[in-house]
Design a protein around this ligand. Structure first.
Ligand SMILES: *[C@@H]1O[C@H](CO)[C@@H](O)[C@H](O)[C@H]1NC(C)=O
Ligand SMILES: *[C@@H]1O[C@H](CO)[C@@H](O)[C@H](O)[C@H]1NC(C)=O
Ligand SMILES: *[C@@H]1O[C@H](CO)[C@@H](O)[C@H](O)[C@H]1NC(C)=O
Ligand SMILES: *[C@@H]1O[C@H](CO)[C@@H](O)[C@H](O)[C@H]1NC(C)=O
Ligand SMILES: *[C@@H]1O[C@H](CO)[C@@H](O)[C@H](O)[C@H]1NC(C)=O
Ligand SMILES: *[C@@H]1O[C@H](CO)[C@@H](O)[C@H](O)[C@H]1NC(C)=O
Ligand SMILES: *[C@@H]1O[C@H](CO)[C@@H](O)[C@H](O)[C@H]1NC(C)=O
Ligand SMILES: *[C@@H]1O[C@H](CO)[C@@H](O)[C@H](O)[C@H]1NC(C)=O
Ligand SMILES: *[C@@H]1O[C@H](CO)[C@@H](O)[C@H](O)[C@H]1NC(C)=O
Length: 889
């Protein structure tokens, strides 16, 4: 019973509400409904966003996007966003007498803003027509709207000039955006009339001329963007009053003069972009920096001077872009203190030198590090592997040396790794294959060696890959990912082979050759059987005649090539024109005519002439008629060299090397079965002979070892030769086989380093063939014995260090006093130095030494033989140190 009554009451209330509703749609409301329906009729509404706008509906209740004043029920706000509405704005909207806010953002409205909209003046607060397709000019009357606070006409196709009257009288305007239109002409000076203005965005138009003088006259102005226009002139002075500025973006214009760097220290600044203009001058010292200064972009100007150390005071910086300027000096290590930095770009300042500060590794948040196109030297700091969020690392086009750190795999998210055009050496770390997000890997134009790790084929997201112009060798991995980059990604590596290059690998290549020139090869083989090779003691009558001719003024012909069988011709075969070998001479002092060599042909492999063996072959002494001798090395292995072309290329490079402490390289001979290298013959044998062998050389009094002075001279000479190879030669030459038996002594006991530049001819290191380098054991740096094989110039430094120890102690690098014992020289010296009984280890056969010098050289030897390559000095430093040892005494 009670229930029925309350139900009835509820029904009654409902009826009353409905009645009130109908009464509410009075005549005025009906008129506004008509206006809105007129708007609807004028546009196309593909997504039905205005479906609720019906003739029977109440605009204040039913119409989506329409809001009315609660008391007067007049339409106050119209807000239809992203509905895809197209067509023209109807003038009728101007008849909505209480309209305060129109926001039709993100539709496809076209045509102009109807002039009848001026009728909205008394009520409009906000007009947001951003992201439509409106065209025509900006109606000037908007400036007279007394209540207008927000005007957004951005992302349309408006054209013409910005009317000056848009800002006259400009009573309450706080924010105006005209960005991304096609506006021309100047920024009207009248904008400074807008006393309430907090910001304007005129970016991405075609504005020209200069900025108004008192741009910051509106006291609260904090946001100014005129990015990407054609504005010009000086601006620094015009912005002095901008004390409240939060964002200033004047990028991509033609502004000139001093940049507005006076703003750098302001308390509220968060964003300063002056990029891509013609600003000049220096970046000032930034004594104090706003705590909210996040973005600083001054790239693409003509700034000079250094990157100030004090930029580190801007602790909140997230983006620091000073790229493409004319800045110079070092990268301040203090940048490493900017812990919030995510983008650091200094690229394209060719004057920035020095090395990459290891401190940059401390920037945990770093996402982009772009130091390309500077003049950086030194190594890539291993500490960069700590920047675990790095996505982009571009160090290309510098002069970086050393190896690619094998810890870069720590940069799990890395997408771009660009190290091209540097002087990096060593192998491609196999750990790079763990960077599975890598899209770009460019290692081209360096001096990298070794194979391309097949694991790189796992990088399935690679879209760009380039290892061209290096010294890489071996077969290109068959992986489809790598193969897809085509031959241009691999070219310029003479020792790389296999598809996509045309260079066939190993056996298959040889087989092809045989097919082509089978006859020649057979002839050659026959000849070699008859009388293998050159010249032990040649009677070269023609020699004297030849040198006379030269004195008569024929100075050319440094390189003489005999294309036909010079030393293999045998009497029985005279007249045979088979090309079976090629002799190239780099030295003018050698007989160079075919007959000269032919004349004294005698079996090269004459035991009488054998003077030594080595890791790459046997050495013979050949003496010409006039008493001139040369050393002829018969190669027993070609190491990684696969063809005559490669061999000749290597030899050609050797021919360009010249240093007083290098054994001069004089020429080479290639035939299909025999390869010879000709070089200066050294009268006094090798350092090894003097330290450990028989002292039977002229000039060395038998039985007595070298004096300290002689030894020191040898050490310094060898160091200078190595410093030349490492630091003066381009590409850098690594010796990789330094040992006392490769340090020759001339008649004055000057050191002459031999066997240099044979890196590629050495048996492939690290393989089982390592044992063939038996004689070098004790000299080999630990990194060479490890499977990753990352050798560098520091590996030579290690071997040189062992030679230093050998020179001072007279002991072999590894001695075996007993059957099962081996004493490693380095450990022995270290132990003795620690015991403090240094003089115990000095070579007893040494004469005339200064103990202090010996100790210094021993210590240098120990530093050079540090286990970690980076702890060893480089050869330039070694030379400096040695020179100071001698002058100090
Ligand atoms: C215009 O409306 C869009 C969408 O709501 C908004 O993102 C934009 O900031 C508005 N314009 C202004 C100047 O507030
Ligand atoms: C607005 O600025 C213009 C030009 O700067 C000036 O002529 C005009 O008088 C100013 N209007 C007001 C109301 O200050
Ligand atoms: C900086 O911003 C704060 C907070 O928005 C404001 O109170 C202060 O007035 C501003 N300082 C200047 C110099 O404009
Ligand atoms: C600075 O403006 C340029 C366009 O002029 C833009 O490309 C760049 O991203 C901006 N810098 C920052 C840090 O936003
Ligand atoms: C690295 O910088 C160089 C020089 O500025 C540029 O040519 C190259 O495209 C950059 N690499 C990447 C991956 O952006
Ligand atoms: C690898 O990154 C971690 C942080 O994720 C860091 O602590 C570590 O030192 C980095 N390792 C190397 C070798 O840089
Ligand atoms: C390749 O990129 C896609 C999208 O960028 C990512 O989802 C995927 O994990 C990446 N692949 C690998 C192997 O990392
Ligand atoms: C990467 O490649 C190597 C050889 O190319 C293969 O053995 C290995 O399984 C691959 N690893 C992954 C994670 O795909
Ligand atoms: C690799 O780099 C070389 C030299 O920089 C260039 O000539 C070649 O076109 C590049 N190849 C690819 C696939 O990017």
């Amino acid at each position: 019973m009670r229930l029925t009554r309350s139900l009835a009451a509820a029904a009654a209330v409902l009826v009353v509400v409905v009645m009130l509703h109908w009464v509410g749609v009075d005549a005025a409301t009906a008129a506004e409904r008509g206006i809105l329906l007129e708007f609807k009729a004028a546009v196309t509404d593909p997504n039905g966003a205005l479906a609720s706008w019906t003739a029977g509906g109440d605009p204040c209740v039913d119409f989506a996007g329409v809001t009315c004043d609660p008391s007067s029920r007049a339409v106050q706000r119209l807000r239809v966003h992203g509905a895809g509405i197209s067509g023209k704005l109807t003038p009728s909207l101007s008849r909505l007498a209480s309209l305060e806010s129109v926001s039709l953002f993100g539709n496809s409205l076209s045509g102009g803003i109807p002039s009848s909209f001026s009728a909205l003046g008394p009520t409009l607060h906000k007009l947001n027509l951003s992201r439509n397709a409106l065209s025509g000019e900006i109606p000037p009357f908007l400036g007279a709207f007394p209540w207008l606070r927000l005007l957004d006409l951005s992302y349309n196709a408006l054209s013409g000039e910005i009317p000056a009257s848009l800002f006259d009288p400009c009573l309450r305007l706080r924010y105006v955006s005209l960005a991304h239109n096609a506006l021309t002409g100047p920024v009207p000076p009248a904008i400074t009339n807008c006393s309430r203005l907090a910001g304007f965005d005129f970016s991405y138009n075609r504005l020209s001329g200069e900025l108004p003088d008192q741009l910051c006259a509106p006291p609260e102005i904090s946001y100014i963007s005129v990015r990407s226009n054609s504005l010009s002139g000086a601006i620094a002075g015009k912005l002095n009053a901008c004390q409240s500025i939060d964002l200033l973006d004047v990028g991509s214009n033609h502004f000139s003069g001093a940049p507005p760097f006076g703003l750098l220290g302001l308390v509220n600044i968060t964003y300063l972009n002056v990029s891509s203009n013609a600003f000049d001058g220096e970046i000032p010292n930034i004594a104090t920096c706003g705590t909210k200064f996040f973005y600083f972009d001054a790239s693409g100007n003509r700034l000079t001077g250094p990157v100030p150390e004090s930029v580190a005071n801007c602790r909140s910086l997230r983006v620091l872009d000073l790229g493409t300027n004319a800045l110079a000096g070092d990268i301040p290590p203090s940048i490493g203190k900017l812990r919030s930095l995510s983008v650091l770009r200094l690229a394209g300042n060719a004057g920035i030198t020095g090395s990459i500060p290891a401190e940059l590794g401390g920037i945990e948040m770093l996402v982009t590090l772009d130091l390309a196109g500077l003049a950086l030297i030194g190594d890539i700091p291993v500490s960069l592997s700590q920047c675990q969020f790095l996505l982009e690392l571009n160090l290309s086009a510098n002069q970086l040396q050393g190896v690619i750190p094998d810890t870069l795999n720590n940069l799990t998210y890395l997408k771009l790794l660009d190290l091209h055009r540097n002087r990096l050496v060593g192998g491609i770390p196999v750990t790079l294959a763990q960077l599975t997000n890598l899209a770009l890997l460019d290692l081209s134009e360096n001096q990298l060696t070794g194979p391309i790790p097949s694991e790189l084929g796992n990088l399935s997201n690679l879209t760009h890959f380039n290892v061209s112009y290096n010294g890489l060798s071996g077969m290109i991995p068959a992986s489809p990912v790598l193969q897809s980059f085509g031959s241009s990604a691999f070219m310029g590596n003479p020792l790389l082979c296999g598809p996509p290059l045309n260079n066939l690998c190993g056996a298959s290549r040889r087989a092809k050759r045989l097919a082509v020139s089978v006859i020649i090869v057979i002839v050659a083989a026959a000849l070699i059987l008859i009388g293998v090779c050159i010249v032990c003691a040649m009677n070269i009558k023609a020699y004297m005649r030849r040198s006379k001719e030269e004195q008569d003024g024929k100075e050319e012909d440094e390189v003489l090539v005999s294309e036909s069988t010079p030393m293999l011709a045998s009497p029985g075969r005279q007249g045979t024109n088979a090309i079976i070998g090629k002799l190239v001479l780099f030295s003018k002092s050698l007989p160079s005519r075919y007959e000269d060599w032919e004349a004294g042909t005698k079996a090269l492999l004459d035991k009488d002439c054998l003077v030594g063996g080595g890791s790459v072959g046997t050495v013979y002494k050949a003496t010409f008629e006039n008493g001139l001798s040369i050393a002829v090395k018969k190669l027993e292995t070609l190491g990684r060299v696969r063809s005559q072309d490669e061999f000749e290329q290597e030899m050609g490079q050797l021919g360009n090397l010249s240093h007083p402490n290098l054994v001069a390289f004089q020429g080479y001979y290639w035939s299909s079965s025999t390869r010879l290298i000709l070089s200066e013959f050294m009268a006094n044998g090798s350092l090894y002979d003097h330290l450990h062998g028989n002292h039977t050389f002229s000039g060395s009094s038998s039985g007595v070892g070298l004096s300290w002075e002689q030894r020191f001279k040898v050490a310094l000479g060898t160091a200078r030769a190595l410093a030349y190879l490492h630091h003066d030669c381009r590409p850098q030459v690594l010796h990789l086989n330094i040992k006392s038996s490769n340090i020759m002594l001339d008649k004055d006991f000057e050191a002459k380093l031999s066997d240099y530049g044979f890196g590629k001819l050495l048996p492939v290191l690290g393989s089982y063939e390592l044992s063939r380098l038996h004689a070098a054991i004790g000299y080999i740096a630990p990194e060479l014995a490890s499977p990753s094989l990352r050798y560098s110039d520091k590996s030579d430094v290690f071997s040189f260090g062992v030679v230093l120890l050998e020179i001072v102690t007279g002991r072999k690098p590894v001695d075996s006093p007993g059957v099962a014992t081996a004493v490693v020289l380095r450990d022995y010296v270290r132990a003795i130095l620690e015991d403090g009984t240094v003089s115990d280890c000095f070579d007893r056969s040494m004469r005339g030494f200064v103990e202090a010098e010996l100790v210094q050289v021993l210590k240098l030897g120990l530093v050079c033989t540090s286990n970690t390559p980076s702890a060893r000095p480089n050869m330039a430093e070694v030379v400096q140190y040695l020179e100071s040892v001698r002058t100090n005494s």
